[in-house]
Structures are given as structure tokens and as C-alpha cells.
Design a protein around this ligand. Structure first.
Ligand code: ADP
Ligand code: MG
Length: 467
């Protein structure tokens, strides 16, 4: 028997997360599929403790379909937004999205407005897969992405001639998709019908190839991809280890490359660090231009927040933006998430945000930290990062090259694990709690001022979160 749950509204946070997830997925699957299967989906709840997201679909058929076809894409995307997620359950919810929309509009104006502005504007061009919201105009350039941006702009100015392929890599939420999409949009508007551009995620490419093999339609796929002037392929790391797909991609790549067509690729890491990637593809990627995007520094984070805040009818106090920029350091997606929530509270709930409320919002948005990191993990990962023996972290050495890693480890134990100062001192070689307090304060101060140290901490965090 089919179980139907009655639910009125999912909370604000789930709605924000789901909006981002759908935005992500919309780029990866075809528009008709998206509209048919996912438009009326919602995130019912997130159980952070268990790491389970509950996704609601309007009927049993949609539920089974989505579960069978899109589970992996949804899981990957949801996990990107909400690091605690390990699995997804699916459930039938009684109302469909439009009914909910109506209802909210009628009885809850505040939520309705937020929902309306939030829900996927399906303006994605089905021919190119480009979303017009990603442009160079709303892309802030700073030290963390200036090389990648310059290379991308050069690549589309001189299509296929200058940097080919162009390979952009960097961690989650640092702007790779935005940059690649902006490049695509720029090509589409600059060259109109003169240059055919196609943006595709590697998941979608894989799906296409698998489908074609199964249905003996390989010729169609070959034709589709080899007919393009600028091929943009996002998150290539997923292609590694999938032999038939890699092979097809390799041929596509060669055909385009030989014909001086432009190829732009993104990945979460450099080609050398995708272990399952075939050697011949790796060397092709390495034969072009490789540029990274790294963590934005404070100035850049503030600039991004200011730009985004300007598009809002209500102005957000400068001081609030500064606090967000100082406190939210992990990535730009999280930065946006916090800003969206602040806007939600101020604009729709008419609630003034003070530091306490802001910390609460940031706490929620950044809670995505896996719960099972131990002090030992922190010591080990920090030591690995600085290439020093882990035992040096906990011994009496006062050598300068040990002092900073040790302080960073203390800071992270406080920040991630919320350990007490005496406990932190104890963990790092039975040091006094005042040493721990000093270290945490020092590093905390420096993260707001010193981009170099900030970047180190970000990279260490990223490794820890991936454990
Ligand atoms: P990635 O693909 O690297 O995971 P995205 O491109 O999806 O990251 O970026 C996450 C969010 O941050 C998007 O909403 C994007 O518009 C925004 N963003 C990223 N970089 C910038 C930037 N330099 N300027 C403005 N917005 C940015
Ligand atoms: Mg991306």
C-alpha cells in the first residue's frame, strides 16, 4: 500500500538547500526530464545526525522514477550543499508544488514571496544548457580566481587557438560552474549563431553515452558532440574509471581539438590527482592550460556579498556583511547561503539581525561538518599538510616550523570540535590552557587578515571534511 504523508511546509532551510540542489541538477539533465520529474519535488527534511535527506515527490510513480534514475545526481548535489548527508530516502507527499505555492501565497505572504523568488527560474537554454544568470558581470574577480578568469576570457576571445584545452580546477563552491557558464553565455551572445556552444556536466555526458550504447544510437551522440565549436564540460572528475565513456570522450576530444574547436573543462582537482583517469586523457588535459580557483580572501568575500546584497530591494547593514565575510570562509556557496538567510529574516520576517542571530544563522549554515572528526585526525592532517612528523606536534619542540602548525591544530580543535581549552592543551603535548587560548585567538585574528594562512586552513579543513 502506498503511504502518503501530509505535510504543510518544509522549513525555510530545507527550501533554500533544495533550491540550490535543483539549480544544480537542472544543468545536468534534460529540460523535459527536469520539468516532468523534479519540478514538483521538495526536500522534506534533513536529518543531520543520521545524515539522511528526505525527498518528497508528488506520486509513487515519480518517486520510483526519481529514485532509480536520479538518485546519484541528487545525492552528489545535496551532499555538496549539506556535507552531513550520506543517504537519501524518498517519500510521496500529498500536495504538489503548485498547490503548495498557492496555499502559501494565500495564508503566509512572507513564505510565499521567498518561495516565488526562490523557485527555479527555468530559463536554461535547452540548446546550450546555459543558465543566463551566470555572467561575467556578476562574477567577482580577485586573487583567488584571476588567473582562471583571465585564461577563460582569453580562451573564448580566440576560440580554439590560445588555451586549448583550458582546464580549471578547485574545491566545491568556489565558482567553477559560474565561470564556465559565464564563458558559455559570453560566447553565445558574442558570436550569436556563428559559434555553437554546449555546456554539459560530465554526469550528463556519461548518461548520454550509456544510453546510446544501450540503444545503439552511438552515431547520434557522436554527431551531437562533434558538431560543436565550444564544448564546456563541468566536473570531469566523474568520468574517471568509466571505460566506454572515457573512450568516447577521448575521441570527441580529439576530433574537436584537431579541428581547433575550444574545449573548457572543470574539475575539483588537477588532472594529475584524478587517479582513475586514463593516461592518454590526462596527458591531453595537461597539454593545454591549467588554472586553479582557490579560496577567496576577506576582501573578495566582502565584495561578493556587497554585489549580491545590492540586487536586493532592502539594504543590508554594512557591518553585517563584514561579519559574514569574516566568519564564513569555507566557500562562496556557503557565503551566499548565509546572506540569503539574513535577507529572508530581514525582508520577509521583518526581523533585525544582530550578532547573536547572525551567529545562529552561520552555525546552521555551516553545520555541515561531519561529526566524526577526532582530535587525532586534526593533528595528523595538519602534520601531513605541513609535511612534519605528527609526533612533533605533540612534543616539546619550539621550532618555528612546528609552532604554526600546532597553533592551527589548536584553532581547528576549538573551531570544529568545540573542545575546551584545557582539553586542547592536553591533546597537543600537555600544554597549558593559556597556550591554547593564545593560539586560538592568534589564528582566528590572522584568518581575517592574512590570506596565506587562511588558505592553508581552508585546504586543511577540506581534507578533514573529506575524511
Ligand atoms: P563550483 O562549481 O566551484 O562548485 P559554483 O560556480 O556553483 O561553484 O559557485 C557557487 C555559488 O557561488 C554560485 O551561486 C556562484 O554564482 C557563486 N560564486 C562563485 N564564485 C563567485 C564569484 N567570483 N563572484 C560571484 N559569485 C560567485
Ligand atoms: Mg560546479
Amino acid at each position: 500500500m502506498m503511504v502518503v504523508m501530509r505535510l504543510v511546509h518544509e522549513p525555510m532551510e530545507e527550501r533554500e538547500i533544495w533550491k540550490n540542489v535543483l539549480g544544480d541538477i537542472e544543468l545536468q539533465i534534460s529540460k523535459p526530464n527536469f520539468l516532468t520529474w523534479l519540478k514538483n519535488s521538495r526536500l522534506v527534511s534533513v536529518d543531520k545526525k543520521e545524515g539522511v535527506g528526505l525527498v518528497g515527490l508528488p506520486n509513487n510513480f515519480a518517486k520510483e522514477w526519481v529514485k532509480n534514475r536520479y538518485h546519484k545526481i541528487i545525492l552528489t548535489s545535496l551532499r555538496n550543499m549539506e556535507g552531513s548527508i550520506k543517504n537519501i530516502d524518498y517519500v510521496v507527499v500529498s500536495q504538489n508544488r503548485s498547490a503548495t505555492n498557492e496555499e502559501i501565497k494565500n495564508d503566509k505572504k512572507e513564505d510565499g514571496a521567498a518561495l516565488q523568488s526562490s523557485l527555479i527560474d527555468s530559463k536554461i537554454d535547452p540548446k546550450t544548457n546555459l543558465n543566463p544568470k551566470y555572467t561575467f558581470k556578476n562574477f567577482i574577480v580577485g586573487s583567488s580566481n584571476e588567473l582562471a578568469t583571465a585564461a577563460t576570457q582569453a580562451a573564448i576571445k580566440d576560440i580554439g587557438k590560445k588555451y586549448n584545452p583550458l582546464f580549471v580546477y578547485g574545491g566545491v563552491g568556489l565558482g567553477k560552474t559560474h565561470l564556465l557558464q559565464a564563458a558559455g553565455n559570453e560566447v553565445a551572445s558574442r558570436y550569436k549563431n556563428m559559434a555553437r556552444v554546449l555546456y554539459i556536466s560530465s554526469e550528463k555526458f556519461i548518461n548520454d553515452v550509456v544510453w546510446a550504447i544501450r540503444n545503439r544510437r552511438m552515431e547520434d551522440v557522436k554527431k551531437k558532440y562533434r558538431d560543436i565549436d565550444v564544448l564546456i564540460i563541468d566536473d570531469i572528475q566523474f568520468i574517471g574509471g568509466k571505460t566506454a565513456t572515457e573512450q568516447e570522450f577521448f575521441y570527441t576530444f580529439n576530433t574537436l581539438h584537431e579541428n581547433n574547436k575550444q574545449i573548457i573543462i572543470s574539475s575539483d582537482r588537477p588532472p594529475s590527482a584524478i587517479p582513475t583517469l586514463e593516461e592518454r586523457l590526462r596527458s591531453r588535459f595537461e597539454g593545454g592550460m591549467i588554472a586553479d580557483v582557490t579560496y577567496p580572501d576577506y576582501e573578495m568575500r566582502l565584495a561578493i556579498l556587497k554585489t549580491k546584497a545590492q540586487t536586493q530591494p532592502l539594504s543590508i547593514h554594512e557591518n553585517i556583511l563584514e561579519q559574514i565575510a569574516a566568519k564564513v570562509q569555507r566557500n562562496i556557496r556557503e557565503l551566499e547561503g548565509v546572506l540569503n538567510k539574513v535577507i529572508f529574516y530581514e525582508q520577509y520576517k521583518k526581523q533585525k539581525i544582530d550578532t547573536k542571530k547572525l551567529d545562529e544563522i552561520i552555525g546552521e549554515a555551516t553545520q555541515a561538518t561531519p561529526k566524526n572528526i577526532t582530535p587525532g585526525d586534526i593533528i595528523r592532517v595538519v602534520a601531513e599538510f605541513f609535511e612534519i612528523p605528527a609526533s612533533d606536534m605533540t612534543n616539546k619542540s619550539r621550532k618555528q616550523e612546528i609552532v604554526e602548525p600546532r597553533q592551527i591544530a589548536m584553532f581547528l580543535m576549538r573551531d570544529i570540535l568545540k573542545l575546551s581549552f584545557p582539553h586542547i592543551g592536553e591533546k597537543l603535548g600537555k600544554r597549558d590552557h593559556t597556550t591554547a587560548i593564545h593560539a586560538c585567538e592568534k589564528i582566528s585574528r590572522e584568518t581575517a587578515q592574512n590570506p596565506a594562512i587562511n588558505q592553508k586552513i581552508m585546504l586543511i579543513r577540506e581534507r578533514l571534511y573529506k575524511l
